[in-house]
Design a protein around this ligand. Structure first.
Ligand SMILES: C[S@@+](CC[C@H](N)C(=O)[O-])C[C@H]1O[C@@H](n2cnc3c(N)ncnc32)[C@H](O)[C@@H]1O
Length: 279
């Protein structure tokens, strides 16, 4: 069997399971099974595939057929400018979350020395991306999930910023150490009643998505905690659900935050709020 035949088998298997991205997914999974780049694979389509590589490819295709995200199958995801290691206990980083990195980099000038906190680090993709570009900054990351703490530490090591970050297992309510110039958070913000109808929840961790009633329970906790841990004039950068702008703005104002801006993602959904702690 050659690579074209393997690709066609993959296309057909994923298409029959109604995977819309069947073409690109098959190509990614085949190049990963062959351990070569997609470009090299395309240039060698008539080459034979070994039995082991084909078996490995079919195993990955079967997992994708069951709707498992590619990131879990490959145990990595590209975010901002880097690859992050992850597993099924961690939320797959989303492209829209890169807005939080962009806004944070806008707030901190390249040579500034600032203290940062991320609440709910998951894979560590946000805080590590920021620290890699702001070499004088240091950070603390917390997450209530033991696996997330483990993976974020692995990623901090991989990206060689482990001397500038401390990562702790903690619930947001229980954390009260330090004062920060900037707090960043992409908390779970999906309404718990809607969560069961979303296909994402099938494979991704419940704790990373469940925002409680209305989806704003964890956002409120993050805002209250940030009002205690931010220095005066410190900034809070948070991700929100597309229908949460008014509710979250109210919570921010109630907790003495000034709203600097609300940013839309590439699909024109309100996605990120930048605010300043006034008192
Ligand atoms: C939406 S995920 C974000 C992960 C990562 N920051 C990202 O953007 O890809 C939310 C994270 O918050 C953590 N989390 C949920 N509830 C928490 C709580 N009460 N205290 C601390 N972390 C919490 C979850 O374990 C999860 O890793």
């Amino acid at each position: 069997m050659n690579l074209i035949q393997a690709l066609n088998t993959g296309y057909n298997l994923l298409k029959s399971s109604k995977i819309n991205s069947y073409k690109i997914d098959t190509e990614i999974l085949l190049s990963a099974s062959l351990k070569i780049s997609k470009e090299k694979m395309i240039l060698n389509l008539n080459k034979e595939i070994s039995f082991e590589d084909y078996e490995n490819f079919l195993t990955k295709i079967k997992r994708r057929k069951a709707n498992e995200p590619i990131a879990y199958i490959l145990k990595k995801k590209e975010f901002w400018k880097n690859n992050f290691y992850l597993n099924k206990h961690i939320l797959v980083p989303r492209p829209e979350t890169e807005l939080l990195v962009e806004e944070s980099l806008d707030i901190i000038a390249p040579i500034q020395k600032k203290k940062l906190l991320e609440i709910g680090v998951g894979s560590g993709c946000i805080i590590i991306s920021i620290l890699k570009e702001r070499i004088n900054c240091s950070a603390v990351g917390i997450d209530c999930c033991r696996n997330a703490v483990k993976i974020a530490k692995i990623n901090a090591n991989l990206h060689q910023i482990n001397n500038r970050i401390k990562i702790f297992k903690s619930y947001v309510d229980n954390f009260s150490t330090g004062k920060y110039d900037l707090i960043i958070s992409n908390p779970p913000y999906i309404d718990k009643f809607q969560l069961k109808y979303l296909s994402v929840s099938e494979h991704e961790p419940f704790k990373a998505l469940n925002g409680g009633i209305n989806g704003t329970e964890m956002l409120e906790k993050v805002i209250i905690k940030s009002s205690q841990l931010l220095k005066i004039n410190g900034k809070l950068v948070i991700e929100i659900g597309s229908n949460q702008k008014y509710k979250v703005s109210e919570i921010l104002k109630k907790n003495k935050f000034y709203i600097n801006k609300i940013i839309k993602d590439l699909s024109s959904n309100d996605r990120c709020i930048v605010s300043t702690k006034l008192l």
